[in-house]
Design a protein around this ligand. Structure first.
Ligand SMILES: Cc1ncc(COP(=O)(O)O)c(C=O)c1O
Length: 408
C-alpha cells in the first residue's frame, strides 16, 4: 500500500505535538533522528498502564497478570517488528546505549588479549565507546575508515576483518549523514572468520523494515523513541547467542534469554507504549499478518520519506553557501536525513535562527563525534541536520528551504 502525501497529512492528526503552537506558529519538527513525536495511540497506551495496572510483574493478582500479559505481547510485537523468530530474542533496557554497554561488557569477558573488535569511524558514540573501552582488557580495537563521501571504505573494511576479529560493531545507518552501510558485506566478512556481527539499527529502524534473519545479525539494537514510541532500548539476540554471555545480573534474575541481560524493574508503561508505536506503524500497511502490515507500512513510509528527502537535498544544495554532506540520492539505500553546512554561519547559529522561526532541526555532531572529526567539521561546529519522518509535509520542507535561503 503506498504511503502518499495525503496519508502523511492524515497521520499528522495523530501526533498532538504537531498541533501545539509555541509562540505564533506550530512547530515544524524535523528532528526525528534526535527523537520522533508520538501518536495519541502511544500516549493512551502509556496512560492506560498507569491508570489500570501500574504494578510489578509476576504477582499473583489480576493487575499483575495483566502487566505480565502486556510485556509478553510487547516482546512478541517487537520480535515481529524486527523479523525475529521468537519473542525470547527481544530484551528491553533503558536505551540503546545502556544495552550496548551491557552487551560489550559481557562480550568483553569472552575475549582473549589480542582479540580484535572492529568498529567504524561513522558510528554514533553509543556503538563505539562501549567497544573502545575493551582496550583496557587487552582487546585490539580497529576502526573502518570513513571516506569523504560519507561512506565507509569497503576495501578498508575487508582488510580490517582478520582471523583475530571476534566482533564487528557497525551501524545500519548513520544518524549524522543518512548513509546506509553495506551490512551484507559486513556479514560476509565476519562469517568468513567466525566473528559476531553487532548492528546498531537505531537510525535505520524508523525508516526501513528490519529483518534480523535476512541480515543474519548476532545482535541488533534499536530505540523506541526514534520510531514514534517512548524511551526504551531494544536488543535482539540471535537464538542461543545471549545464553553464551556472562552478563551482569543478580542471582535472582532469570538467566534465560531474553531476561539474562535485563536489570531491575523495567519501564512497563513505556514498553507497552513502544508496542503501541509498532501497532500504529502497522496500521498504515496492509496484509494478513502483523509482519506483512509492518513491512508494507515501512516500505511505503520509506518511499514517501525518500521522495521528500531527495527534494530537499536537491534544492538546498542550490542555495548559495550551502554544502550538503553525505551520499547523494542516486541510490535507494539512503536514510531521509540530510546534513549541511552554511558558509558564514555555524550550525548552532543556523539552528538557533531556524528555531526562532519555528523550525526544529539539530546542530553539532549528534554524538557521531568521530565522523564529524574525520570530515574536518569539529572546529566549525559540526553540521545542521534535517530529519524527515512519516509526518513531514512538503510544506514543512518549503518552510525550511525559505528560512535557509534567508540565511544564505
Ligand atoms: C545511530 C544511533 N545509535 C545509537 C544512539 C543512542 O541511542 P539511545 O539514546 O537509545 O542510547 C542514537 C541516538 O541518537 C543513534 O542515533
Amino acid at each position: 500500500m503506498p504511503f502518499t502525501a495525503a496519508h502523511s497529512e492524515r497521520s499528522r492528526r495523530d501526533f498532538p505535538a504537531l498541533g501545539v503552537a509555541h509562540g505564533a506558529a506550530n512547530m515544524v519538527f524535523l528532528d526525528g533522528p534526535g527523537g520522533s513525536q508520538v501518536p495519541t495511540a502511544v500516549i493512551d497506551a502509556i496512560g492506560y498502564v498507569y491508570r489500570t495496572c501500574n504494578v510489578n510483574t509476576h504477582g499473583n493478582f489480576p493487575p499483575s497478570r495483566e502487566i505480565d500479559r502486556r510485556m509478553a505481547v510487547a516482546r512478541e510485537t517487537l520480535a515481529v517488528f524486527l523479523g525475529a523468530p521468537d519473542p525470547a530474542c527481544i530484551s528491553f533496557g533503558q536505551n540503546m546505549t545502556t544495552l550496548n554497554f551491557a552487551l560489550s561488557t559481557a562480550l568483553g569477558r569472552t575475549l582473549a588479549p589480542g582479540d580484535e573488535v572492529l568498529i567504524t569511524e561513522l558510528d554514533h558514540e553509543a556503538n563505539r565507546g562501549p567497544w573502545l573501552r575493551l582496550k583496557d582488557l587487552g582487546a585490539v580495537i580497529r576502526e573502518v575508515k570513513l571516506n569523504p563521501s560519507g561512506e565507509l571504505d569497503a576495501a578498508d573494511m575487508a582488510a580490517k576483518v582478520t582471523p583475530r576479529t571476534k566482533v564487528f560493531a557497525i551501524g545500519a545507518s548513520s544518524n549524522a549523514l543518512g548513509t546506509v552501510n553495506d551490512l551484507a558485506l559486513a556479514r560476509r566478512l565476519t562469517r568468513a572468520v567466525g566473528a559476531l556481527l553487532v548492528i546498531d539499527a537505531v537510525h535505520y529502524a524508523p525508516h526501513f523494515p528490519v529483518d534480523v534473519q535476512a541480515l543474519d545479525a548476532d545482535f541488533l539494537l534499536c530505540s523506541g523513541y526514534k520510531f514514534y514510541g517512548p524511551h526504551v532500548g531494544v536488543l535482539y539476540s540471535k537464538p542461543g547467542a545471549l545464553e553464551r554471555l556472562p552478563t551482569d545480573r543478580l542471582r535472582a534474575q532469570d538467566p534465560a534469554a531474553p531476561y539474562r541481560i535485563e536489570t531491575g524493574t523495567l519501564n512497563h508503561a513505556a514498553i507497552d507504549g513502544m508496542r503501541a508505536a509498532v501497532d500504529y506503524l502497522a496500521s498504515w500497511g496492509s496484509g494478513a499478518t502483523l509482519r506483512e502490515r509492518i513491512v508494507d507500512a515501512m516500505t511505503g513510509i520509506a518511499s514517501y520519506e525518500h521522495g521528500l528527502a531527495r527534494l530537499y537535498h536537491d534544492e538546498v544544495r542550490d542555495i548559495p553557501g550551502v554544502r550538503v554532506w553525505g551520499p547523494d540520492f542516486s541510490t535507494r539505500a539512503r536514510a531521509p536525513t540530510i546534513s549541511i553546512t552554511l558558509e558564514g554561519h555555524t550550525a548552532e547559529a543556523a539552528a538557533s535562527a531556524l528555531g526562532a522561526a519555528g523550525i526544529c532541526v539539530w546542530d553539532g555532531n549528534f554524538y557521531a563525534l568521530r565522523a564529524v572529526e574525520v570530515l574536518g567539521l569539529a572546529e566549525r561546529g559540526g553540521l545542521l541536520r534535517t530529519g524527515i519522518s512519516m509526518y513531514t509535509s512538503l510544506g514543512d520542507i518549503r518552510r525550511l528551504l525559505e528560512e535557509i535561503a534567508k540565511l544564505g
